[in-house]
Design a protein around this ligand. Sequence first.
Ligand SMILES: Nc1ncnc2c1ncn2[C@@H]1O[C@H](COP(=O)(O)OP(=O)(O)OP(=O)(O)O)[C@@H](O)[C@H]1O
Ligand SMILES: O=P(O)(O)OC[C@H]1O[C@](O)(CO)[C@@H](O)[C@@H]1O
Length: 332
Amino acid sequence: MNSAIRAITLTSAKLGLQCVGFLHGYNGLINQEYIELTPDCVIDITQRGGTLLKSARCDAMLEDTGVQQAANALRKLHIDALIVIGGDGSFRGIHALSAHWHGQLIGLPGTIDNDLAGCDHTIGFSSAVNTATVAIDKIRDTANAFERVFITEVMGRHSGHIAYNVGIATGAEAILSFENYTKSDTAKLVQQLQRAITEQQHKHGSFLIILAENLWPGGAHALRDALNEQSNINCALCVLGHIQRGGAPSAENRMLATELGVAAVETVYQAIQHDTFRAATFMLGKINGVLTSTPISTVLTRQKPVPDSWVKRYRDFLAEGETSSLYTNFLN
Ligand SMILES: Nc1ncnc2c1ncn2[C@@H]1O[C@H](COP(=O)(O)OP(=O)(O)OP(=O)(O)O)[C@@H](O)[C@H]1O
Ligand SMILES: O=P(O)(O)OC[C@H]1O[C@](O)(CO)[C@@H](O)[C@@H]1O
């Protein structure tokens, strides 16, 4: 986030555009709580997690009166363009605003979940994957030492991008995610997992399961308890939680955020320069390395599942031994 804010601020200053930053998400817009963003504000922030501007959910935006208040604030402050960094919720906010305000509304994809169409990767995704990977490598060490089974639950809300990337990067023995599991027969899947664990532990001791949050009926604890019902299994659970949303951003994310931030301001500037400034609501993202503009309405209506190629690679080549029968029998 901070890399995007820095890029937007520096580019605006160079192009002679005034730039302000609203605090606490849409709350700052509705309450007209903002700071002037000048190059001095963004010194030394690109390497920091979190955001200089603070972030928050804002329930008021879910009501039409709140959206109208936000639009009125934009008019009152003579804003020409609003850049929103966020996920699909934030973009629903942009979409709602576009009915009441006719400036340029530009979304930059920013969520660890990577669940937005119109871009290959979102700002925050690679940092979260790196953080979870480092954590799970450490879990592997203790799992190996104690010949133990671990479930690690990762975030992603309702998408499995983090689960798949982390599962493959750490060489996990099983990935349970929305893309391969349909909640059809939980009891049978547990039995199969128990068999796979028993077989795998003869080979090298540890067995790591990466579980997407919000997937397992009853939650990750229920899966752990079910596995532990077999007496020779000693399964521990680690819910990584919000550590995936903090820490120094990856270099890849800093570059992506910087490129999108510069491009957003350049887009506004070009429209002003060429007298083509008109109401617009779109997201900037990178697809196959190419900067791409996609209407917000399209972003909100399309899905971006984990690429099928990765789901297949994992199932067909990377799942080992008895684990592969999980995929033959229960998982896609
Ligand atoms: N349907 C909607 N209409 C207007 N505003 C909305 C709508 N949905 C969400 N928002 C606004 O966007 C804010 C952020 O949405 P949300 O909490 O879903 O996070 P997000 O942008 O999807 O990012 P992430 O999922 O990564 O946390 C909400 O707090 C709310 O203010
Ligand atoms: O911090 P909260 O409000 O519990 O939200 C958690 C959710 O936010 C995300 O971290 C980002 O959308 C999801 O992965 C997770 O499900």
